[in-house]
Design a protein around this ligand. Structure first.
Ligand code: NAI
Ligand code: 15L
Length: 266
């Protein structure tokens, strides 16, 4: 197999559960980590419970790891103090450990909420400034900057995937545009791990949907081609044409409902 050991953080989460089996062909051992329970280790797995905010634990977690798929952390808007521990201190600990352990490449699960304050009439590419829509989105911008720094300073490569909506199927009209199927996510991970050179790459995690807000021109070197589309779910949202709706910030801005979650509403 291509790698000796892949570390998957966030292994108890929605995407972690999907990836647990899907990444197995790529490594002799998949080390699974989370603060939450992950059940028993199966063949080819190691399970290490670890809080990303605990530096000593993260340093130990990284021993013997070739590549990291960093999916751990808080995945929606939350009070800043919580985000700060899991996503800001967590990502700082992760990169310090990556550097100490000699890890060559990381895939960071960033989010569309790093750019959620662009309008749904805008087309965003990786050269444009971030416009986070939440404390959560800000923490993803921090992770993108952290990984940029570790590439410039130490040559550690990272692919930041600004994941759209990776769920079994779209559950609202917005997700017809942001949908990112599990199969396409796995394919993007494969491209991110096996492309010969990735440097520091930012790519939007999206399937080949009929409408898009994102242009992946600066990530063409990854060779990613989506196979799925939200089109097969069009019957679920027959009135998608009316998007954006006037005076509704959740349709005017790309971040959708995250626009309503900031600290001013608590
Ligand atoms: P999830 O919330 O189901 O999984 C995140 C996991 O991280 C959880 O199992 C949680 O226990 C763990 N975690 C939280 N704080 C931690 C800490 N301090 N130390 C260690 N582990 C901790 O989220 P999901 O959907 O699986 O997303 C995975 C990653 O992808 C997240 O980083 C999320 O921000 C990102 N993402 C996901 C999207 C999606 O559509 N599913 C969209 C955009 C980004
Ligand atoms: C995210 O960043 C979240 O982790 C996920 O739960 C969804 O809310 C997704 O974005 C989305 O925008 O649909």
């Amino acid at each position: 197999k291509p790698f000796k050991r892949i570390l998957l953080t966030g292994a108890a989460g929605g995407l972690g559960k999907v990836l647990r089996d899907r990444v197995k062909p790529w490594a002799e051992v998949v080390r699974l980590s989370d603060v939450a329970g992950m059940g028993e280790a199966r063949a080819g797995e190691e399970i290490v419970k670890c809080d990303l905010a605990d530096k000593a634990a993260v340093l130990a977690l990284m021993e013997g790891v070739d590549v990291v798929l960093h999916f751990g952390g808080i995945s929606t808007e939350a009070p800043f103090e919580a985000i700060m521990q899991a996503n800001i201190l967590g990502v700082a600990n992760l990169y310090e450990a990556v550097n100490k352990a000699g890890v060559k490449r990381v895939v960071f699960a960033s989010s569309n909420h790093a750019i959620g304050y662009y309008r749904t009439t805008d087309t965003v590419d990786a050269s444009m400034p971030t416009r986070p829509d939440s404390m959560y989105g800000i923490s993803k911008c921090f992770g993108e900057s952290m990984s940029r720094y570790y590439y410039d300073r130490f040559g550690i490569e990272t692919v930041c995937i600004r994941i759209g909506s990776s769920f079994p199927e779209p559950i609202n009209k917005r997700m017809m545009t942001t949908y990112f199927s599990y199969d396409d996510l796995v394919e993007m991970l494969r491209c991110s791990l096996f492309a010969p050179r990735v440097g520091h790459t930012i790519i939007m995690g999206q399937s080949d949907n009929a409408s898009t807000w994102w242009d992946n021109r600066y990530a063409s070197h990854l060779g990613y081609k989506a196979k799925d589309s939200s089109a097969k779910f069009a019957h679920l949202f027959p009135d998608s044409a009316g998007y954006p709706e006037r005076d509704d910030v959740t349709t005017i801005y790309q971040g959708g409902k995250f626009l309503l979650d900031g600290p001013q509403y608590r």
